[in-house]
Design a protein around this ligand. Structure first.
Ligand code: ADP
Length: 546
């Protein structure tokens, strides 16, 4: 009863939240309350009616029907069975109308309660509206039939109430059906969004990537178990509490000083910066993990920023493999190539000796050929290693050091060609890059400079800093390149017109590959040149932020 009253007084509880008996009682209640009101009015207007058996029967029936609503276990009956009550309601309404109409006007309008109930129940809407109209018609015609007054004018005169009831029924049913359709749509949408949520949860728990989602204020909304597992490595040994979060061990890959929180990818992303596959080391010692972090913001339905998603993939093993590969390739290209170049150079020199016996000359040719073969193999391995995927992982490097190494590994070849090779570097130039690809660019530029310069000239290798760029320049005083060829030499198989007839070996692939690698690093490669004076190739790569 308390619940019914709450619904009636538009309290916290709503009609659809009641159980079936509650809803049935609630639908019957307005008629009973109005019947009581009718009693009160009759008591004033015409108390004699309380002695009229029809009037009393109507009141008793109304109370009886209310009691039925309360005691019948509607849930156990087929759905819609409760609609018997509003149709039965027409009996007391009809009785009260015929017995008290002379004292009170408009009693036929009491039929509005059962009509609203049947039409608003949403059960077989069209049929119920029709039946409501028919019941109203029966209610107004029945007394005429009973009295035997079948005058057409009297019958037609009674049609206003049934027509009004039909209109009320149609209105109620239209609103109910539309409300029900809306509700089922909302339920469907809710179902769908729940399914999507389950799907998302499953995906997030299945993928091997740590994911954390923050709301627009930067408060954590969600973290998958991989995220918790990966970031466990960053916890100090004695654990971390919310107010000591800043003590988490997060380093930039390649650095030993823990990053202050404002430089964490997460904090920078919250400040509106874009973060794309940056490498961080979590924790110290052998248990440390290296993660590649990408951060993206997302917007709500209105297009406002709603939060941030941070994805961290554990690339510890990949980074270790890349490091091992780089070490191996570095040994290949420097420790291997220099002695091979020496073998080839000296073999050639000895071959020039006129006193050499034919057998020794033939032996030297074998030495020379095999050395060239090994040299070619090293080239092929380096070429293969600077393939597409190797630039995906960028490790901290020093461009100045790479330039010094390139100078060192070409010095024997320069000496052989009678060219002076100088190397100038000015402090460290920290960058993030693919070592193999960058070594390849530098080796290619230096070997071109040597190839296309005459003996007695000079080649300068310089590494310097220019604003946010690490710059490396290779300057020669060789044959130079005509201005119309400057674009072509960076395309695949592009060679300048002047070298094509010279017999200087080359494929025209080196500079195309160099440009591709430089651009993948967010950098550029350019050339300025003058025919007969010399060329300068300049590589610019973004300096790594401290
Ligand atoms: P390759 O040297 O194998 O032909 P590259 O792609 O390295 O291929 O160079 C493309 C072309 O650019 C060369 O064929 C040459 O015409 C020109 N070139 C490159 N470097 C120089 C240089 N230092 N001096 C003159 N010409 C050069």
């Amino acid at each position: 009863m308390e619940k019914l009253l709450d619904v009636l007084l538009l309290g916290r509880l709503h009609f659809h939240e009641l159980n079936l008996t509650g809803r049935v009682l609630m639908s019957q209640l307005p008629l009973n309350l109005t019947m009581l009101l009718v009693c009160a009015i009759v008591a004033v207007a015409d108390p004699r009616k309380f002695r009229d058996p029809s009037f009393l029967a109507a009141q008793a029936l109304a109370v009886g029907l209310f009691a039925l609503c309360a005691v019948i276990p509607w849930r156990r009956l087929p759905y819609g069975a409760f609609l018997v009550i509003p149709f039965l309601d027409f009996i007391p309404v009809s009785l009260v109308r015929s017995s008290a109409s002379d004292a009170l006007s408009g009693l036929g309008l009491l039929a509005v309660f059962p009509v609203l109930w049947v039409a608003g129940s949403g059960y077989r809407a069209r049929l119920m509206v029709l039946l409501g109209g028919v019941a109203s018609l029966v209610m107004v015609w029945e007394p005429l039939f009973a009295a035997g007054t079948l005058d057409l004018r009297l019958l037609v005169g009674q049609l206003v109430t049934p027509i009004m009831m039909l209109a009320v029924g149609i209105g109620a049913s239209v609103m109910t059906v539309s409300g029900m359709t809306q509700q089922s749509r909302v339920e469907e949408l809710l179902d769908r969004s729940e399914t999507r949520e389950h799907l998302l949860d499953t995906v997030l728990e299945t993928v091997d990537v740590g994911v954390i989602v923050l709301d627009a204020q930067g408060k954590g909304m969600f973290a998958n178990s991989k995220q918790i597992e990966v970031y466990a490595a960053a916890m100090p040994a004695d654990g971390v509490t919310a107010d000591r979060e800043s003590e988490m061990l997060i380093y930039r890959e390649g650095s030993e000083a823990p990053l202050p929180p404002e430089q964490w990818a997460l904090e920078r992303a919250l400040a509106g910066e874009e973060v794309e596959r940056e490498l961080y080391r979590l924790g110290a010692g052998p248990a440390a993990r290296t993660v590649s972090v990408t951060v993206r913001g997302f917007v709500d339905a209105a297009g406002e920023r709603a939060g941030t998603v941070v994805a961290s993939s554990d690339v510890t093993d990949v980074v270790a493999a890349v490091r091992a590969r780089d070490r191996f390739l570095s040994i290949m290209s420097h420790e291997f190539r220099t002695p091979i170049a020496n073998i080839m150079g000296y073999a050639e020199m000895v071959q020039d000796d006129p006193l050499l016996s034919p057998t020794s000359r033939a032996d030297l040719e074998v030495i020379s050929r095999n050395a060239q073969h090994v040299n070619q193999m090293v080239d092929d391995i380096l070429e293969a290693a600077s393939g597409r995927d190797s630039t995906e992982i960028r490790l901290p490097l020093d461009l100045a050091e790479l330039v010094r190494e390139a100078g060192g590994s070409s010095s024997a070849e320069a000496k052989r060609r009678g060219i002076r090779l100088s190397v100038e570097t000015d402090g460290a130039l920290p960058i993030l890059g693919d070592r193999t690809g960058l070594v390849r660019i530098l080796d290619n530029l230096v070997s071109n400079a040597l190839k296309y310069s005459g003996s007695g000239t000079e080649i300068a290798l310089r590494a310097s800093r220019d604003g946010e760029w690490a710059v490396c320049a290779v300057e020669d005083h060789g044959m130079g390149i005509a201005s119309e060829d400057l674009d072509r030499i960076f395309t695949r198989f592009g060679r300048s017109a002047s070298v094509i007839g010279t017999g200087i070996p080359g494929t025209g692939l080196g500079l195309a590959l160099a440009r591709e690698v430089a651009e993948k690093h967010g950098g550029t490669i350019e050339c300025t040149s003058e025919v007969g004076v010399g060329s300068t190739f300049t590589v610019r790569l973004p300096l790594r932020g401290e």
